[in-house]
Design a protein around this ligand. Structure first.
Ligand SMILES: Nc1ncnc2c1ncn2[C@@H]1O[C@H](COP(=O)(O)OP(=O)(O)O)[C@@H](O)[C@H]1O
Ligand SMILES: [Mg+2]
Length: 509
């Protein structure tokens, strides 16, 4: 695509180093005005860094930023805002207790004779909301608004400040599929009005459906820029990873055994006094040899469910109901005793629960395996085999760098995740609880982890898969439970449900 106009945004050789990490290494990017431009890449590829440089939150070590063909240098985001650039961050920056209106006026008050003209501001915002079809309840505290609406508030804040170039960093991470569709409908309206949108994401589907062009990042560099209509998910994935990857694995039908792996009955968890119950009367079971997926937008009780399963005794809030693993009522058990039954866990929060960050990789590999027969002889811990086993697993799971003496905290997020997965599968589990198992890992490793989960199933593990990635749920699950506001609101068998139906249930429909 060529035009006579200069591009809305041009980055030339942008470079930014954090300590030893070269987060951006000569990034070149051109975005034509009036387009939706995808910026895609694996976690840690440098997307957010490039966007923060463009938005003036960071200063480049080298390189240039051109807006409408003119070189710019920002001292702070307010300079970028003054030139019509706006950014919605990965984590919204709204002040929860304040109304949507106050949130927009904070820091951008239109003064008329020295006082804030709330009425005038409100009228302008309502007009903008109508124009772009972004309805908002202006007077409610934003923390009471659904996430999709909070995002609208962020977008309206940019429009109110007359942004022409809108940067959205991973905007769909927290949305249901329907909210995602609404967002993209709105972005198309913005494009039709001549706005330029930079859409940052690691989701191939988002860029394929909604962008005009795509720039791909890998390891701080741009590895390609393509017109969306002339590319496909496979090509983009290969550019992201730097080799050929399998995007979605084929999963054979399950052969569940009669034996029950997990049985939860009547599980309730109360929140702080006066608040809504956080889990309401949950009952379900998972048999050995099947994968049961728990779908839901984050924050609908999945974390509480995991807590109740894995730390039943120390659950902070009063619980009722029972949890059984392999027929044993574990409701009063300590976590380690549960693990000793043959329960493997890929925890939701790998930094808090999964690893000892200041201990070497090899010791982390042992964590939780201390009492396994492989490493104990006559009641003593025998570490002779540890280094060898750890080295083999690190090679199998491609944990990088391949240095077992390195503290686990020095590995990247994706490699920490691979370390945990390698360790947990080593246990040949009878039960596997996998929470967000591929969060933060690259496209290539996703395929690998998925394959291993299915293999564990086929070797007889009962798998509970908790994931907010709908694709992951749909690819792997033999049965799907949907959680909404602390309840299971639907259950489906594989292939019995469409993505749309699931999305509606996830949104509480
Ligand atoms: N403020 C920072 N300090 C140190 N390292 C950082 C900082 N911000 C980002 N990084 C590192 O820079 C690299 C690129 O990060 P980022 O731009 O956030 O990637 P992406 O948005 O593509 O996931 C990562 O290795 C990340 O850990
Ligand atoms: Mg990012």
């Amino acid at each position: 695509m060529t035009t006579q106009h200069p591009p809305a945004v041009e980055l030339r050789g942008l470079t930014k180093q954090f300590g030893s990490v070269l987060a951006n290494a000569g990034v070149n990017l051109r975005v034509e005005a009036g387009t939706i431009h995808g910026v895609i890449g694996e976690n840690g590829a440098g997307k957010s860094t490039a966007m923060k440089l463009l938005y003036g939150m960071l200063r480049p070590d080298a390189g240039e930023i051109l807006i409408g063909g003119k070189k710019c240098a920002w001292a702070s985001p307010s300079d970028a805002i003054a030139r019509g650039i706006g950014m919605v961050h990965q984590h919204f920056m709204l002040a929860g207790p304040y109304s949507a209106l106050d949130n927009i006026l904070l820091g951008a008050e239109p003064l008329r004779w020295g006082v804030i003209d709330r009425q005038g501001a409100r009228a302008r915002l309502e007009a903008l909301a109508r124009q772009y079809g972004l309805p908002v309840d202006w007077d409610r505290p934003v923390e009471q608004l659904p996430v999709g609406v909070q995002q609208r508030v962020e977008i309206l804040k940019l429009l109110y400040r007359e942004a022409n170039i809108l940067i959205l960093d991973e905007p769909t991470a927290v949305l249901t599929p329907q909210e995602t569709n609404d967002l993209f409908t709105n972005l198309k309206k913005l494009r039709a009005e001549g706005k330029t949108v930079l859409l940052v994401t690691h989701k191939l589907k988002d860029v394929m459906s909604f962008t005009d062009r795509v720039t791909v990042f890998r390891a701080g560099k741009v590895t390609g820029e393509v017109e969306t209509s002339r590319t496909n998910p496979q090509e983009l994935a290969n550019l992201m990873v730097g080799r050929k990857v399998v995007l979605s694995i084929e999963v054979s039908p399950a052969h569940p055994r009669a034996e029950t792996a997990i049985e939860v009955s009547g599980l309730s968890l109360s929140g702080p006094v006066g608040s809504r119950r956080r889990l309401s009367d949950l009952s379900f079971s998972v048999r050995r040899g099947e994968i049961v997926g728990v779908a839901g937008v984050e924050g609908n009780g999945q974390s509480e469910l995991l807590q109740a399963l894995l730390h039943p005794r120390d659950s902070k809030c009063r619980t009722s109901g029972t949890v059984r693993f392999l027929g044993e009522d574990v409701t009063a058990w300590a976590p380690l005793r549960i693990r000793d039954l043959g329960v493997a866990v890929i925890p939701e929060d790998r930094l808090q629960e999964g690893l000892l960050l200041d201990r070497p990789v090899s010791e982390n590999f042992l964590l939780g395996l201390q009492r396994s027969p492989a490493f104990s002889r006559a009641g003593f811990l025998d570490l002779r085999d540890l280094d060898q086993t750890a080295a083999r697993a690190a090679a199998d799971y491609d944990v990088r760098p391949r240095d077992l003496t390195l503290p686990a905290g020095k590995l990247s997020g994706g490699n920490q995740q691979k370390l945990i997965v390698a360790r947990e599968f080593q246990r040949q589990p009878k039960v596997l609880i996998a929470a967000q198992p591929t969060r933060g890992v690259d496209v290539g490793a996703i395929e690998f982890i998925h394959t291993r989960i299915v293999r564990a199933r086929d070797e007889g593990a009962g798998v509970l898969l908790v994931s907010s990635e709908l694709d992951e749920i749909l690819t792997l699950s033999d049965r799907i439970l949907v959680m909404f506001e602390g309840r299971i609101v639907a259950e489906y068998r594989r292939s019995e449900v469409t993505e749309r139906e699931l999305g509606l249930k996830m949104g509480g429909a």
